[in-house]
Write a protein that binds this ligand. Structure first.
Ligand SMILES: O=C(O)CCC(=O)C(=O)O
Ligand SMILES: [Fe+2]
Length: 218
């Protein structure tokens, strides 16, 4: 079933809004970004510990950002690398379309069909309440599954195409889970970029603290 009806496809769901733009980038531009990001990204292969067992994540990842804030998920803390020019260019394109600013991008490299990303929500507290997440895909098409946490009939899938943009907003991260399942199909590599706004933890002393210090010294 095609859940969407036009080129900029908007899907209103209970507790979520999804916007999908299949041809956000032309095939030529998407091909160039796929090649560039594969070669120039500082890919890392982290281990995760789940239920007391440690194993390598089924994909490679990298975090880039502009505010030096670390990002922690599944017990992995990633320190951002300063944005490169191509990532800044993509960020600007995405920000324009989403009318939203982002501080960071988490990149995933799915090397083959057996690489995946298990059921989760992007609901870490440094993302704040109801974050807007913008997800750009290059390379092999993969299915994005999403299901409501409590409404059991709300289960959908969407094929994320080469050069596409998906925006998740509203209460999606509080009420829904998403995943990229493994596939047995013979497929090539896929790179996905999820742009996020990561809040600063340490903003320095508050105005009130500064005022008290000033009065004390005076
Ligand atoms: O690869 C994708 O399309 C999704 C990635 C994702 O959900 C994440 O990095 O949090
Ligand atoms: Fe996610």
């Amino acid at each position: 079933m095609n859940l969407f009806s036009s080129e900029k496809r908007v899907l209103q769901l209970p507790n979520a809004e999804l916007i999908y733009i299949p041809n956000f980038y032309s095939v030529e531009k998407a091909n160039a970004y796929l090649k560039l990001l594969k070669a120039k990204t500082n890919w890392q292969h982290d281990s995760i510990t789940l239920f007391g067992k440690t194993h390598l994540q089924p994909r490679l990842t990298a975090l880039y950002g502009n505010n030096n804030e670390p990002y922690t998920y599944s017990n992995i803390t990633m320190k951002p690398i300063v944005f490169t020019k191509p990532l800044l260019d993509i960020k600007a394109d995405v920000e324009q379309l989403a009318s939203h600013t982002f501080t960071s991008v988490l990149l995933n490299l799915y090397r083959f069909g057996s690489d995946s990303n298990g059921w989760h929500a992007d609901n870490e507290k440094e993302l704040g309440m109801h974050p807007v997440i913008a997800s750009v895909s290059f390379g092999a098409e993969r299915y994005f599954h999403f299901k409501h946490r409590t409404l059991k009939d709300q289960k959908h899938k969407l094929l994320l195409e080469h050069g596409s943009l998906l925006i998740m907003k509203g209460e999606m991260q509080a009420h829904w889970l998403h995943q990229i399942p493994k596939t047995k199909r013979e497929i090539g590599e896929r790179i996905n970029l999820t742009f996020r706004y990561i809040k600063r933890k340490n903003q320095g002393p508050s105005t009130l603290v500064l005022l008290i210090c000033f009065l004390y010294m005076w």
